[in-house]
Design a protein around this ligand. Structure first.
Ligand code: GRF
Length: 195
């Protein structure tokens, strides 16, 4: 059984799917804390599941590095086996990635290396592509450039909006994330040599 800390910025629907998966007695991971870089709506899932949460508000710090140091203090305290970024809309400072990597994984709503960054869904739609996807990667110091642990194609429909496309991608992200965490927990996936 491995311990997991999840970091979010938004509604946390992907986080909730992971929390529901960890409720299964045979799932080999449990979430010990949920953190956010703002007063994210998704922190409400923590209270629903009786899990501690913390908020390190990015806007309260004068730099990404200062924010990162406070975040690192929290992560050290929880000392989790795995850190999952699930809708964290913030790049981690190199100091955090260097300290906790490669035990940090991230879900991204595109078929990396296609459409990295904060607007992957919007960019895929704007490109006119007929398909995009979802990916789970190891976090490195680039922008969505880490080793790919899992990914799957998702069709783009002609009448898609950014919202409708994103809602079609998220269930795929959730399935890939739940499976990736399970594979890390069982040792099937070794983050130090994921390729
Ligand atoms: C997910 O698609 C995630 O990959 C992206 O932002 C979305 C978060 O959705 N970075 P939610 O907060 O889990 O609903």
């Amino acid at each position: 059984m491995i311990s997991v800390v999840v970091l979010i910025s938004g509604s946390g629907s992907n986080l909730r799917a992971l929390l529901e998966a960890t409720s299964a007695v045979d799932y080999p991971a449990h979430v010990v804390a949920i953190g956010a870089d703002r007063e994210a709506d998704g922190l409400g899932h923590a209270s629903d599941f009786g899990i501690p949460s913390f908020d390190v508000p990015y806007t309260s710090f004068s730099s990404r590095e200062e924010w990162g140091e406070e975040l690192a203090e929290q992560l050290r305290a929880w000392n989790a086996d795995l850190i999952v970024l699930s809708g964290l809309m913030r790049l981690l400072p190199e100091s955090v990635v260097d300290e906790f990597g490669p035990r940090i994984i991230n879900t991204h709503p595109a078929y990396l290396p296609e459409f990295p960054g904060a607007h992957g869904v919007r960019d895929a739609l704007a490109s006119g592509a007929s398909e995009t996807g979802a990916s789970v990667i190891v976090v490195d110091n680039g922008v969505d450039t880490g080793p790919i642990l899992a990914q799957e194609r998702v069709p783009v429909l002609p009448d898609d909006t950014e919202a409708s496309l994103h809602e079609r991608i998220k269930p795929v992200e959730r399935r890939l994330l739940i499976d990736a965490v399970r594979r890390v927990a069982t040792g099937e996936l070794d983050l130090t040599t994921p390729a």
